[in-house]
Design a protein around this ligand. Structure first.
Ligand SMILES: *Cc1c(COP(=O)(O)O)cnc(C)c1O
Length: 246
């Protein structure tokens, strides 16, 4: 089904349960094929464009981590979930961030995956300080070898990753946890994720413990698991196809 259609709550619950279980099967198979333990990989269900009711149903089905990519949609949905009593979820922010929107993200995000420049580090640190929180962060890496050909792409160029990582590590209210990337639209995801693994190793060498690798979406989670991903961000395969975002 698509985001625009309504279905009765019971039918939607059954639909989400079935899709979640199919994705769990894919994750289990990919872990087995890679000789990895399922416990080494955590699933973040990306709920952008879908309502808070779906988020609460997912929580009820055992999902512990949800991801959002747009403000103010994310903050609003977080608030609705709190009010509905589904308040045990970890919220991940995975989308492009503007410096004027980071303060609101610092209120609800457990992990921000998309930190890709030093100005964002400064703004996020200030936002976290204001709400007296510590926010975990990943450096988003641009894996497109042609370099930011497309304005909508985000991520630090590989040569800038170390500096962004150092800035996060030095920020008082932020914790550096690792790296994140989206595989380029064209090209081999396995090759892109192998590059990300090398970048992750370099970051973890400089910052012991910053070993999270957020990679793998609906279309390429198997390749991400094979390359060592520890966090998957899966939307469409669980919630259904989204209408175009812009
Ligand atoms: C939407 C989104 C996802 C989920 O992608 P699907 O193809 O729906 O699984 C993952 N990561 C980011 C950064 C996203 O914006």
């Amino acid at each position: 089904m698509s985001a625009g259609e309504a279905s009765p709550p019971d039918a939607r619950r059954a639909e989400l349960a079935a899709a979640l279980s199919a994705v769990e099967d894919r994750i289990a198979a990919a872990c087995a094929a890679a000789g990895r333990d399922r416990s080494q990989v955590r699933l973040v269900v990306v709920t952008k464009t879908y309502p808070a009711a779906d988020v609460c149903t997912l929580a009820d089905l055992g999902v512990g981590d949800v991801g959002e990519s747009r403000q103010p949609e994310a903050g609003r949905k977080h608030e609705e979930c709190q009010q509905a009593g589904c308040n045990a979820l970890r919220w991940h922010f995975v989308g492009a961030l503007q410096t004027n929107k980071v303060a609101s993200v610092a209120r609800f995000a457990s992990l921000v995956h998309s930190v890709d420049r030093q100005r964002l580090v400064t703004a996020l640190d200030r936002g976290a300080a204001r709400v007296e929180r510590t926010v975990d962060c990943l450096v988003q890496v641009d894996l497109d070898p042609s370099g930011a050909a497309d304005d909508q792409r985000s991520g630090a160029a590989s040569g800038d990753v170390a500096a962004v990582a150092d800035a996060i590590a030095a920020a008082e209210h932020l914790h550096l946890r690792g790296v994140m990337a989206v595989a380029p639209l064209d090209g081999d995801p396995a090759e892109a994720f192998a590059r990300l693994a090398a970048i992750s190793a370099a970051v973890a060498a400089d910052h012991p413990g910053a070993d999270v690798v957020s990679a793998g979406m609906s279309g390429d989670l198997e390749q991400a698991i094979a390359a060592g991903a520890t966090l998957l961000r899966v939307g469409r395969s669980i919630l259904g196809e989204r209408p175009p975002l812009r």
